[in-house]
Design a protein around this ligand. Structure first.
Ligand code: COA
Ligand code: AMP
Length: 630
């Protein structure tokens, strides 16, 4: 079947389409139907089924005789370590860890926060939770204690599983003090923590609260897989919204199993046993779906890579890993390729490796710019697929589904909607826009299986954030257009979310931190275009009248504050002091216009601007930090 036929078969009977896909999953009790309409625009998939994620991701492969196949390859150029874990070993390790967690009181429905770097134990912790029906929430290691505390208070975990440290090039990230600090800051206190002691750092454990990963597994009974309802939350993953309070995206168990399994063959074009590598981090949705669950559910080998595209040790790392581990499909962020391209524009490192195993490359996390795609096409000589998705959806909304049919590539477009997604471009009044015209991108409800059914403990926020703007549709928060052939173009966010090195960040959250500085009266944060990272945050500060401070000192202090409160991942390094901010007469800060000035892109003078002269002041301030150059 061609893409068009598959998409039409979904359109004709969505429920039959997904019931058919559901046959690839091993159910404890098969679903009697696909979709449950809960009213008020809320939907659930396979709600009456009983199933276990860990069984499908691990045990079933062992029972089918594939126990010797490698499940996880750990490759860490930072620690010079390589290790392989077979499905058989993985089953035993996860069952023991789950048994130890159960012995300490973790049961179905309990939340467990996982705060770990890119080590295989992070996947084992996720799978051990899934085995018990516990709901994990993985927190990215680049976040500060305060962000971890916010998540602890929202998810209210019974336990936290962490590592003693993470390793960034040239820097040890001391997880344990961050963990202790977060527990101190949070109102909710977990019953216990489990700490994986790494060779590079042995953390101090608090007697009676902190357990050593290895020690606490001695003498326990391995745990069996606990069947859970299809609509049981598999995990909560927090993502940036418009404020400093992150949104807890929920993923339901059955929908995730069915949808991710479907994507492995149809989008990523891999067969059971192939090696699939997503060079992301378990703290992001890509890590959940395509380092951990997708490849394992489908019976692939996944790679846990603890390194960077450049500097660990050089711009050839990606190609070394692909050759050495026989990678078939490779998934990374455009920013990673831009980093490699900057160091190796002519592809000298590419030539050093035999990449004949590599059949295709996928890019996501931010818009893939045509230059980067063209460079990758020229270097690698395989299809380079830009595909568009969000933490909320858990997998691609639009892609070039190589396992079905390789469609022509159009530079700048993540190609076409996947089955399950009726994507429409709407004007402000919710009317469809003609091809080629820019509008808000919305998806007709219901969303397909595996996408978010709700936000954790925040149904009103869920409805307000996603379902209110366009009744009957999910609002993606992205703006863009569709061409005559139905190809989508994702151009910008419609909210205050920015994308820095493929990481989704809230400028609103950063503004909350800046506003907390005692000398700052008013502030704004915008995302300016950056050649490497896509966007970079820049802060504008208006100081309190009478604040007798050196501007440079205040800038230094706010940069430090954002690093302490949000974390290094915010990459907040640039701020300027200005007398005033450009606003409309009703007091709305003109952030969009400030971005245009910084990027030197043409803009129309906003009709409602209070005082146009302020824009010149903004330009001068931006020039002092290297932006808005004529
Ligand atoms: N734990 C602790 N700190 C982390 C971290 C982690 N897991 N990940 C990143 N950081 C830190 C970095 O060390 C850096 O700190 P610094 O300010 O002290 O230098 C800061 O956060 C910003 O990191 P980043 O924006 O990633 O920049 P970088 O200079 O370290 O690397 C790239 C630049 C492009 C090489 C890198 O961002 C990259 O590989 N990006 C790919 C992103 C990706 O895979 N995204 C997932 C979506 S698919
Ligand atoms: P995240 O939730 O971190 O995956 O970020 C999702 C957001 O990243 C989307 O809403 C888009 O703004 C952006 N994004 C992700 N993939 C793409 C892509 N292929 N093209 C354009 N934007 C993308």
């Amino acid at each position: 079947m061609a893409y068009k036929d598959v998409y039409e078969s979904w359109q004709k009977d969505p429920e039959a389409f997904w019931m058919d896909a559901a046959e690839a999953i091993d159910w404890d009790q098969a679903p009697s139907k696909a979709l449950t309409d809960k009213g008020d625009n809320l939907y659930e998939w396979f709600a009456d089924a009983k199933v276990n994620t860990c069984y499908n991701a691990v045990d079933r492969h062992v029972e089918a005789g594939r126990g010797d196949q490698t499940a996880i390859i750990y490759d860490s150029p930072i620690t010079h370590t390589k290790r392989e874990i077979s499905y058989f070993e993985l089953r035993n390790r996860v069952a023991m860890l789950a048994g130890a967690l159960r012995a300490k009181g973790i049961e179905k429905g309990d939340r467990v926060i996982i705060y770990m770097p890119m080590v295989p134990e992070a996947l084992e912790a996720m799978l051990a939770c899934a085995r018990l029906g516990a709901v994990h929430s993985v927190v990215f290691g680049g976040f500060a204690a305060n962000e971890l505390a916010v998540r602890i208070d929202d998810a209210k975990p019974k336990a936290i599983i962490a590592a003693s440290c993470g390793l960034e090039p040239g820097r040890v990230v001391h997880y344990k003090p961050l963990l202790d600090g977060a527990i101190d800051l949070a109102d909710h206190k977990p019953d216990f923590t489990v700490v994986l002691q790494r060779e590079q750092e042995v953390a101090q454990l608090i007697e009676g609260r902190d357990y050593n990963w290895h020690g606490f597994q001695y003498g326990v009974e391995p745990a069996e897989c606990v069947p859970v309802e299809g609509n049981h939350p598999a995990y909560i993953l927090y993502t940036s919204g418009t404020t400093g309070q992150p949104k807890g995206v929920i993923r339901h168990t059955a929908g995730q199993l069915v949808a991710l399994n479907w994507t492995m063959k149809n989008i990523y074009n891999v067969q059971q046993g192939d090696v699939f590598w997503a060079a992301s981090d378990v703290g992001w949705v890509v890590g959940h779906s395509y380092i951990c669950y997708g490849p394992l559910i489908h019976g692939n080998t996944t790679i846990v890579f603890e390194g960077k595209p450049v500097g660990t040790p050089d711009a050839g790392t990606f190609w070394r890993v692909i050759q050495e581990h026989n990678v078939t499909s490779f998934f990374t962020a455009p920013t990673a390729f831009r980093a490699v391209k900057r160091e190796d524009p002519k592809g000298e490192y590419v030539k050093k490796y035999d990449l004949s195993c590599l059949k295709q490359v996928f890019l996501a996390g931010e818009r893939a710019d045509p230059d980067t795609i063209t460079w990758a096409q020229n270097q690698l000589n395989v299809p380079i697929v830009d595909h568009w998705w969000q933490t909320e959806t858990g997998y691609a909304i639009a892609a070039n589904p190589l396992g079905i049919e390789e469609l022509p590539t159009k530079l700048g477009s993540p190609a076409v909607p996947m089955p399950g997604y009726d994507v429409q471009i709407l004007d402000e009044g919710g009317h469809p826009m003609p091809p080629g015209e820019l509008g808000a991108i919305a998806i007709k409800l219901p969303l397909p299986p595996g996408t978010l059914p709700n936000l954790w403990n925040a149904e009103d926020r869920f409805k307000k954030s996603y379902l209110t703007a366009f009744p009957g549709f999910y609002e993606t928060g992205d703006a863009g257009m569709k061409d005559e052939d139905g190809y989508l173009y994702i151009m910008a966010r419609t909210d205050d979310v920015i994308n820095v090195a493929g990481h989704r960040l809230s400028t609103g959250g950063m503004e909350e931190v800046l506003a907390g500085h005692p000398d700052v009266a008013e502030c704004a944060v915008i995302g300016v275009t950056d050649q490497l990272k896509g966007q970079m945050p820049v802060g504008f500060l208006c100081l309190n009248a009478g604040a007798d401070r050196d501007n440079a000192d205040v800038v230094k202090e706010v940069v430090k504050l954002v690093r302490e409160k949000i974390g290094p991942v915010a990459a907040f390094k640039l701020a300027v002091v200005v007398d005033r901010l450009p606003k409309t007469r009703s007091g709305k800060i003109l952030r969009g216009t400030m971005v245009n000035i910084a990027d030197n892109t043409p803009y129309k003078m906003p009709a409602t601007i209070d005082d146009p002269a302020i824009l010149d002041e903004i330009k001068v301030a931006l020039q002092t930090i290297g932006y808005a150059k004529d």
